[in-house]
Design a protein around this ligand. Structure first.
Ligand SMILES: [Zn+2]
Ligand SMILES: [Zn+2]
Length: 212
Protein backbone atom coordinates (compact mmCIF):
# COMPACT_ATOMS: atom_id res chain seq x y z
CA UNK A 1 0.00 0.00 0.00
CA UNK A 2 1.11 3.54 -0.69
CA UNK A 3 1.91 5.93 2.10
CA UNK A 4 2.94 9.56 1.88
CA UNK A 5 4.19 12.46 3.90
CA UNK A 6 3.94 16.05 2.77
CA UNK A 7 6.95 18.26 3.43
CA UNK A 8 6.55 21.98 2.69
CA UNK A 9 9.68 23.45 1.09
CA UNK A 10 10.98 26.88 0.10
CA UNK A 11 9.69 30.31 1.03
CA UNK A 12 6.59 29.44 -1.05
CA UNK A 13 5.77 26.57 1.38
CA UNK A 14 5.34 24.25 -1.56
CA UNK A 15 3.98 20.84 -0.58
CA UNK A 16 6.61 18.37 -1.71
CA UNK A 17 5.30 14.86 -1.02
CA UNK A 18 7.37 11.82 -0.22
CA UNK A 19 5.33 8.83 -1.43
CA UNK A 20 6.34 5.22 -0.93
CA UNK A 21 5.25 1.59 -1.17
CA UNK A 22 5.25 0.21 2.38
CA UNK A 23 5.99 -3.32 1.12
CA UNK A 24 9.18 -2.52 -0.81
CA UNK A 25 9.95 0.84 0.87
CA UNK A 26 10.71 2.29 -2.57
CA UNK A 27 9.73 5.93 -2.76
CA UNK A 28 9.48 8.99 -4.95
CA UNK A 29 9.54 12.70 -4.25
CA UNK A 30 6.72 14.59 -5.91
CA UNK A 31 7.79 18.18 -6.70
CA UNK A 32 11.14 18.54 -4.92
CA UNK A 33 11.17 22.33 -5.24
CA UNK A 34 14.01 22.98 -2.82
CA UNK A 35 15.68 22.00 0.45
CA UNK A 36 16.97 18.79 -1.14
CA UNK A 37 19.15 17.97 1.87
CA UNK A 38 16.16 17.98 4.18
CA UNK A 39 14.13 15.83 1.78
CA UNK A 40 16.93 13.25 1.58
CA UNK A 41 17.20 13.21 5.37
CA UNK A 42 13.47 12.66 5.77
CA UNK A 43 13.51 9.72 3.36
CA UNK A 44 16.41 8.22 5.26
CA UNK A 45 14.67 8.74 8.61
CA UNK A 46 11.65 6.80 7.34
CA UNK A 47 13.74 4.05 5.79
CA UNK A 48 12.52 4.94 2.29
CA UNK A 49 14.81 4.26 -0.64
CA UNK A 50 14.30 7.02 -3.21
CA UNK A 51 13.87 5.61 -6.71
CA UNK A 52 12.42 8.53 -8.69
CA UNK A 53 11.51 12.21 -8.81
CA UNK A 54 8.03 13.02 -10.12
CA UNK A 55 7.07 16.49 -11.34
CA UNK A 56 3.60 18.00 -11.70
CA UNK A 57 4.98 21.09 -13.47
CA UNK A 58 8.20 23.04 -13.79
CA UNK A 59 7.70 26.17 -11.69
CA UNK A 60 10.75 26.86 -9.53
CA UNK A 61 9.06 26.11 -6.19
CA UNK A 62 8.05 22.66 -7.51
CA UNK A 63 11.10 21.71 -9.57
CA UNK A 64 14.01 23.74 -8.15
CA UNK A 65 15.93 20.90 -6.48
CA UNK A 66 15.16 18.29 -9.17
CA UNK A 67 18.34 18.59 -11.23
CA UNK A 68 20.64 18.47 -8.20
CA UNK A 69 18.85 15.53 -6.54
CA UNK A 70 18.74 13.56 -9.79
CA UNK A 71 22.46 14.07 -10.30
CA UNK A 72 23.46 13.32 -6.69
CA UNK A 73 21.29 10.23 -6.29
CA UNK A 74 21.20 9.00 -9.89
CA UNK A 75 17.40 9.20 -9.97
CA UNK A 76 15.16 9.29 -13.03
CA UNK A 77 13.01 12.40 -13.49
CA UNK A 78 9.43 11.45 -14.37
CA UNK A 79 7.31 14.26 -15.85
CA UNK A 80 5.96 16.72 -16.39
CA UNK A 81 4.24 16.81 -19.82
CA UNK A 82 6.35 18.27 -22.67
CA UNK A 83 4.22 21.44 -22.65
CA UNK A 84 6.40 22.62 -19.74
CA UNK A 85 9.71 22.41 -21.62
CA UNK A 86 9.96 26.23 -21.72
CA UNK A 87 9.50 26.41 -17.95
CA UNK A 88 12.32 23.88 -17.46
CA UNK A 89 14.54 25.90 -19.79
CA UNK A 90 13.72 28.98 -17.70
CA UNK A 91 14.55 27.46 -14.28
CA UNK A 92 17.87 29.34 -13.90
CA UNK A 93 16.07 32.66 -14.58
CA UNK A 94 13.18 31.64 -12.31
CA UNK A 95 15.63 30.95 -9.47
CA UNK A 96 17.24 34.40 -9.87
CA UNK A 97 13.90 36.15 -10.07
CA UNK A 98 12.61 34.61 -6.84
CA UNK A 99 15.88 34.60 -4.90
CA UNK A 100 16.24 30.79 -4.94
CA UNK A 101 19.58 28.98 -5.04
CA UNK A 102 20.61 28.59 -8.68
CA UNK A 103 18.56 25.69 -10.06
CA UNK A 104 20.34 23.07 -12.16
CA UNK A 105 18.63 22.44 -15.45
CA UNK A 106 17.69 18.90 -16.41
CA UNK A 107 16.06 16.80 -19.07
CA UNK A 108 13.24 14.55 -17.86
CA UNK A 109 14.07 10.88 -18.18
CA UNK A 110 10.45 10.28 -19.10
CA UNK A 111 7.89 12.84 -20.23
CA UNK A 112 4.31 12.11 -19.22
CA UNK A 113 1.07 12.18 -21.21
CA UNK A 114 -2.58 11.92 -20.24
CA UNK A 115 -3.49 8.32 -19.42
CA UNK A 116 0.03 7.23 -18.54
CA UNK A 117 0.76 5.38 -15.35
CA UNK A 118 3.83 5.32 -13.16
CA UNK A 119 4.76 2.51 -10.83
CA UNK A 120 6.24 2.64 -7.38
CA UNK A 121 7.10 -0.61 -5.66
CA UNK A 122 3.95 -2.75 -5.94
CA UNK A 123 1.67 0.21 -6.63
CA UNK A 124 0.60 2.01 -9.77
CA UNK A 125 -0.38 5.67 -9.99
CA UNK A 126 -2.39 7.16 -12.87
CA UNK A 127 -1.33 10.32 -14.68
CA UNK A 128 -3.76 12.94 -15.98
CA UNK A 129 -2.72 15.95 -18.04
CA UNK A 130 -4.31 19.01 -16.43
CA UNK A 131 -3.16 22.13 -18.34
CA UNK A 132 -4.26 25.68 -17.52
CA UNK A 133 -1.87 26.76 -14.74
CA UNK A 134 0.99 25.66 -17.01
CA UNK A 135 0.60 23.91 -20.39
CA UNK A 136 2.43 20.78 -19.26
CA UNK A 137 0.91 20.31 -15.81
CA UNK A 138 0.07 16.74 -14.77
CA UNK A 139 -1.50 15.26 -11.64
CA UNK A 140 -0.80 11.92 -9.97
CA UNK A 141 -3.87 9.89 -8.98
CA UNK A 142 -3.23 7.17 -6.42
CA UNK A 143 -6.71 5.59 -6.67
CA UNK A 144 -5.85 2.76 -4.29
CA UNK A 145 -5.58 5.24 -1.40
CA UNK A 146 -8.09 7.77 -2.83
CA UNK A 147 -5.48 10.50 -3.09
CA UNK A 148 -4.53 12.86 -5.89
CA UNK A 149 -1.42 15.05 -5.99
CA UNK A 150 -2.62 18.05 -7.97
CA UNK A 151 0.21 20.59 -7.83
CA UNK A 152 -1.12 24.06 -8.60
CA UNK A 153 -4.30 23.00 -10.43
CA UNK A 154 -6.64 23.22 -7.43
CA UNK A 155 -6.38 24.40 -3.82
CA UNK A 156 -8.69 24.24 -0.82
CA UNK A 157 -11.00 27.15 -1.62
CA UNK A 158 -9.10 28.36 -4.68
CA UNK A 159 -7.62 27.41 -8.05
CA UNK A 160 -4.23 27.85 -9.71
CA UNK A 161 -3.11 31.18 -11.16
CA UNK A 162 -3.49 31.50 -14.93
CA UNK A 163 -1.71 34.82 -15.49
CA UNK A 164 1.70 33.27 -16.28
CA UNK A 165 2.89 32.66 -19.86
CA UNK A 166 1.00 29.67 -21.25
CA UNK A 167 -1.69 29.89 -18.58
CA UNK A 168 -5.36 29.82 -19.55
CA UNK A 169 -8.36 30.11 -17.26
CA UNK A 170 -10.92 28.17 -19.31
CA UNK A 171 -8.42 25.37 -19.88
CA UNK A 172 -7.81 25.15 -16.14
CA UNK A 173 -11.52 25.00 -15.34
CA UNK A 174 -11.92 22.21 -17.92
CA UNK A 175 -9.02 20.28 -16.40
CA UNK A 176 -10.64 20.49 -12.97
CA UNK A 177 -14.16 19.59 -14.03
CA UNK A 178 -13.34 17.02 -16.74
CA UNK A 179 -10.29 15.31 -15.26
CA UNK A 180 -10.34 15.79 -11.48
CA UNK A 181 -14.04 15.57 -10.63
CA UNK A 182 -14.46 12.13 -12.28
CA UNK A 183 -11.96 10.75 -9.74
CA UNK A 184 -14.81 11.02 -7.23
CA UNK A 185 -16.03 13.27 -4.45
CA UNK A 186 -14.31 11.18 -1.79
CA UNK A 187 -10.87 11.66 -3.31
CA UNK A 188 -8.60 13.68 -1.03
CA UNK A 189 -6.23 15.96 -2.92
CA UNK A 190 -2.84 17.25 -1.91
CA UNK A 191 -2.41 20.71 -3.42
CA UNK A 192 0.88 22.43 -4.14
CA UNK A 193 0.25 24.88 -1.32
CA UNK A 194 -1.93 24.87 1.77
CA UNK A 195 -4.11 22.19 3.37
CA UNK A 196 -5.62 19.05 1.84
CA UNK A 197 -9.30 18.92 0.89
CA UNK A 198 -11.60 16.59 -1.04
CA UNK A 199 -12.97 17.03 -4.55
CA UNK A 200 -16.50 16.76 -3.15
CA UNK A 201 -15.91 19.58 -0.72
CA UNK A 202 -14.50 21.82 -3.47
CA UNK A 203 -17.39 20.97 -5.80
CA UNK A 204 -19.75 22.19 -3.12
CA UNK A 205 -17.93 25.23 -1.77
CA UNK A 206 -15.01 26.40 -3.93
CA UNK A 207 -16.01 29.85 -5.25
CA UNK A 208 -14.14 29.29 -8.53
CA UNK A 209 -15.46 25.83 -9.40
CA UNK A 210 -18.36 25.32 -6.99
CA UNK A 211 -21.53 23.80 -8.50
CA UNK A 212 -19.67 22.32 -11.43
ZN1 LIG B 1 2.97 26.63 -10.23
ZN1 LIG C 1 3.34 26.36 -6.70
Amino acid sequence: MLRYLTLPVTAFQQNCSLIWCDQTMEGALIDPGGEGEGLKAEAQRLGVKLTALWLTHAHIDHAGATGTLARELGLPIIGPHPGDQFWIDGLPQQSKMFGFPEAETFTPTRWLADGDSVSLGHATVAVRHCPGHTPGHVVFHAAEISRCFVGDVLFAGSIGRTDFPGGDHDTLINSITQRLWPMGDDTIFIPGHGPESSFGRERRSNPYVGNT
